[in-house]
Design a protein around this ligand. Sequence first.
Ligand code: GDP
Length: 440
Amino acid sequence: MVRAIVGGCWGDEGKGKITDMLGAQSDIVVRFQGGANAGHTIINEYGRSALHLLPSGVFNPHVTNVIGMGVALDLGKLFRELDAEVLSKGVTMPRLLISDRAHVLMPYHIQFDTLEEMRLADKAYGSTKSGIAPFYSDKTMKKGIQVCEIFHDELLREHLKEIAAFRNAQLVDLYHVNERKARNDEEKKLFSLIDPEEMYRYLVSFRERLRPLVGDVAAFLHQAIAEDKRILLEGQLGSLKDTDNGIYPMVTSSSPLAGFACVGAGIPPYEIKQVITVLKAYSSAVGAGAFVSELLDPVQADELRRRGGDKGEFGATTGRPRRVGWFDVVAARYGCMLQGATDVALTNIDVLSYLDEIPVCTAYELDGQRIDRFPVTPLLEHCKPVIETLPGWKCDISGAKSFEELPENARRYVEFIEKSVGVPVTMVSNGPARESIIYR
Ligand code: GDP
């Protein structure tokens, strides 16, 4: 049985918690796309952990954690995360399988990401500067380095020389690094050319730690499916950040859709039986781009931001304050459609308990016309939210263990979302902890 947990909107919907919860009922947890550019917050008996690259099953000793070939693998960050967030907390070394076909995100990808954001200045994408866009560009341009190459000296050296020649030309001609004066060590790195020999040493420094962890992910997962293992696909970000279907160009450079696991982990498409799409009871987004249901009143926005999640709505990777707004039916319905959602897990409903009335964006208004479909980016910029309000419940619901225990207005809110999105809400999350979950 293969099931996926994916984001229905802009990301940060609370997938980490749901994955951690369901991870305990899984044999295998798989990351199939993205890199260290987003984070999952997991709260369990080991405390609060921010995972960026490691699959969420790392706290369960019986789970095999797989990093598929679709992932942007930053080896430095991977091992730092393993040490700081897992091993140092007393968790035993998790079972980890890394695809020999995964590409390595190199330090120069971060350099290029940073330089491009600087070049774009006020037109910047709002990148996390984790190197994701240059990484996926290189991969598509056939200038990437696969994990398997780390074990082949000659090939690796040769490949790095070619890549350095190609990329260094851009560093000189486009970013003029040789004309820039570095004011500190960080800038010195930023304005330097790629040294293939240094990159070779960087990669081989991981060789021995990596060796026992590397393998053929597609073959492993096919075998696991044949043995009827319970496999959980762990998505990152959300539908609206999909390169092809999202709010281009304010998207990520890989696909956060469940279907991409067929490419990024080698899963046969017909094997994905359940697509749990996580939606948050309100909206949040990071970075620039149109956000129709955004709360523009700074005082109201600040209140929702402070109350959101377990520690307010601030980026798990960057600490940046997230933009917040009301639940957006148009975006969520579109996001669920793209994911092929079979179930919705609705999180953070407890956060809305302070409101007398809960505004919801039920449609958009574009040039005086009401629209129900999520439009392309140039039109999205001109959309205004059509807001309806639902009655609030004004009491603490964090202790409720069953749907019936929720106050009537909270139940009505859930039912309203279910009906307007068109997907059954089978889980309601009413607090950050693993136990705060209501199954329907
Ligand atoms: P992810 O990237 O989708 O995993 O989202 P995050 O890790 O950014 O999760 C969003 C935040 O919501 C985190 O701080 C979680 O601890 C928190 N969270 C998840 N579910 C709930 C919930 O039902 N209620 C509250 N209050 N916080 C939640």
